[in-house]
Design a protein. Structure first.
Length: 330
């Protein structure tokens, strides 16, 4: 605490100090932890300054003592040179932030990357993204890119012949890997070969060429397993009306997907009033599920009640356990 609140090391450093720390960490690529230990300001403070800078610019980092709008001491006129110098410094820092944002978002580079090590094509991509906000000569100067090289990159990026070569290579890699590689893995292979290209370009080309990885999706549950027993007649024939309870019953198995997994509901529905004489829930849709439900339903019947039950002819309703479950006790 003593070290962090002295005249030589104030608790809230001036704007120039904050800008210098941000430049060291996020432009020159110095280790943030080492800079924090050297300057005495925490890593959390440095990241907070960076967040404010990205959102609102250098003005957000100014303390009250840095605010040029305060009343000047009487007899000391405002210096236009100082104002212009500060304005120029703010514009320069905003340019650095915009370049850094495009480097991270478009080129997927590390925040500490050295801009001088970027390829000409990468520099052209950055300039194209922010040239509406800054003069082109200023951008070319900051990125150390000759105007001739910049216009050459503009010409070659949109060159149909070059795009055709790239498309052919993507198709070859896709087919070579049996159509199992998506755009991320294809992009990784291209980068490994020395190509500098955005994932978005690879994805767009693959979509245009219909290079889609087939995904086998697990289908919904159904109980039909073929004709494993003699076919029974369809007596109901879609007439689901009943004049009294326990004349016509309907049953089926329904699958539910919940966070814990899949569960299966096996109910019997009475066509007279829609009530459930019996129902069971289980995790495996097996014979025990439907046979247990059937036993519970039969136990609710009187000796003179013999309902007709309608199913979807799934395998559960054609096994011996289901058929024998209909035998009423004497």
């Amino acid at each position: 605490t003593e070290y962090n609140n002295t005249p030589d090391h104030p608790l809230h450093p001036p704007l120039t100090k904050k800008l210098d720390i941000l430049r060291r960490c996020f432009e020159l690529g110095e280790n943030i932890q080492l800079v924090s230990e050297e300057t005495g300001y925490s890593r959390a403070s440095i990241y907070t300054w960076r967040k404010k800078y990205i959102q609102k610019g250098a003005v957000a980092l100014m303390n009250l003592a840095d605010d040029p709008r305060g009343k000047l001491p009487e007899g000391k006129p405002a210096s236009s040179n100082e104002f212009e110098s500060l304005k120029s410094q703010l514009q320069k820092m905003q340019l650095e932030i915009d370049i850094l944002k495009e480097t991270i978002e478009v080129l997927k580079k590390d925040p500490g990357v050295d801009l001088t090590e970027l390829k000409n094509r990468e520099k052209a991509v950055i300039i194209g993204a922010i040239k509406g906000k800054y003069p082109l000569p200023l951008l070319l100067s900051r990125l150390q890119l000759a105007s001739s090289s910049y216009y050459y990159q503009l010409k070659t990026v949109g060159n149909p012949k070059e795009n055709k070569v790239l498309t052919g290579r993507i198709i070859t890699l896709f087919q070579k890997n049996s159509g199992r590689y998506g755009y991320r893995r294809i992009h990784a292979l291209l980068v490994r070969e020395g190509n500098r290209i955005s994932e978005k370009v690879v994805r767009r080309i693959m979509a245009k060429e219909c290079l889609v990885v087939p995904v086998k999706r697990k289908g919904k549950y159904h109980s039909y397993a073929g004709e494993i027993t003699p076919e029974v007649p369809n007596i109901i024939k879609r007439d689901f009306r009943a004049d009294a309870p326990n004349q016509k019953w309907l049953t089926d198995i329904t699958e539910f997907a919940i966070p814990a997994g899949k569960i299966y509901l096996s109910p019997i529905v009475d066509c007279f009033d829609g009530l459930l004489p019996a129902w069971k829930i289980g995790t495996p849709p097996d014979a025990d599920l439907v046979n247990g439900m059937l036993k519970d339903a039969v136990d609710t019947l009187h000796s003179n009640e013999h309902p007709l039950i309608h199913t979807d002819r799934g395998c559960h309703y054609r096994w011996p356990g289901w058929i024998s479950g209909w035998k009423m006790p004497a």
